[in-house]
Write a protein that binds this ligand. Structure first.
Ligand SMILES: Cc1cc2nc3c(=O)[nH]c(=O)nc-3n(C[C@H](O)[C@H](O)[C@H](O)COP(=O)(O)OP(=O)(O)OC[C@H]3O[C@@H](n4cnc5c(N)ncnc54)[C@H](O)[C@@H]3O)c2cc1C
Length: 279
């Protein structure tokens, strides 16, 4: 199954645990394609099974922001930075665009400004790439920002933007170019001990299986998913309109400033906590 607890675990998987054989991967979203690339690099023979004619899942419906600032300092951030680096390395060969725009977290409430300052203080040795900006500096460098009540901002350089649909399509093509069999319109319907069965009755034998089917995991492991008390939910960000007194997290292509911007208490966990505290 997909997901590694740490970067070193992922490397160990690629370097030591995997021996050559057949890897079957269910799902051609970012998780499936990333595992396909890793397995190919480790010398596996790879088959990717995707139920739709092209990837239509979360990986093409997202905002395309590679967002290390949302991760806690330590192994989680290290993993996120590794991920950004990987995207940058793959972009030229796959042929998708990638923009290292950075991000700007704006503070309008005293609590938010206090948390940004605390964030900076906690960054310690990892403070490289972060800058705490006073209002004058924010407005000089980012004139689109609403000045009313602005207390300051945190500028971070690591955040990077890709176009979700075109980058996922390009990565699928790259996986194919590097030697995998990528089958679209091929739903996996049953997992046997050593093979995956597809809706057309074919069986794909595997030595290793990666199930990267997003929330469709329930199809294969209904009891386990129920036991884990997983619940499907909607992403409320999809309903968010223009932020009052700020700039939006995302706007139409061509309208972007030179940073992904967020205001209020929308991203940092500390900020969310501060938000709940103040109501
Ligand atoms: C609106 C939105 C905004 C987001 N914003 C961001 C963001 O800015 N930055 C960020 O990092 N993350 C963001 N995310 C989260 C991120 O998009 C997901 O975590 C990620 O795409 C999950 O990838 P995945 O491959 O697991 O799932 P998916 O992309 O859903 O891929 C699963 C694939 O499996 C296929 N599949 C399912 N069942 C079968 C089957 N039986 N047989 C064959 N194929 C099957 C599906 O068709 C699908 O293509 C956002 C998500 C959403 C929805």
């Amino acid at each position: 199954m997909a997901a590694f607890a740490s970067l070193s675990e992922q490397r160990e998987f690629a370097d030591n645990v995997m021996s050559k054989g057949n890897a079957v991967i269910i799902g051609a979203g970012i998780m499936g394609l990333a595992h396909a690339l890793t397995a190919l690099e480790a010398g596996w023979s790879v088959v990717v099974l995707e139920r739709d004619g092209r990837p239509l899942g979360a990986s093409v419906r997202n905002f395309g922001t590679l967002w290390p600032i949302g991760c806690t300092f330590g192994p989680e951030r290290e993993q996120a930075l590794f991920g950004v680096q990987r995207w940058k390395e793959l972009a030229p060969e796959a042929g998708f665009s990638i923009k290292p725009q950075g991000s700007l977290s704006l503070a309008y409430r005293p609590e938010a400004w206090a948390v940004l300052k605390e964030f900076m203080a906690n960054a310690g040795a990892m403070a490289d790439g972060f800058e705490l900006l006073e209002p004058d500096e924010v407005l000089k460098r980012f004139p689109a920002v609403n000045p009313t009540g602005l207390r300051g901002a945190l500028r971070s350089l690591a955040e990077t933007v890709v176009q979700p649909a075109s980058s996922i399509a390009a990565l699928a093509a790259l996986v194919k170019k590097r030697g995998a069999t990528v089958l679209f319109g091929t739903p996996a319907v049953k997992i046997h001990a050593d093979a995956v069965e597809t809706s057309d009755g074919r069986r794909f034998a595997f030595d290793r299986l990666v199930i990267a089917a997003g929330d469709e995991m329930r199809l294969f492991y209904p009891d386990e998913c129920a036991a884990a008390q997983l619940h499907r939910c909607r992403l409320q960000m999809m309903h968010t309109g223009a932020a009052a007194g700020g700039v939006q997290a995302r706007r139409d292509p061509g309208e972007r400033p030179d940073a992904v911007s967020l205001s209020g208490v929308s991203q940092l966990s500390e900020l969310t906590a501060a938000s709940s505290a103040v109501g």
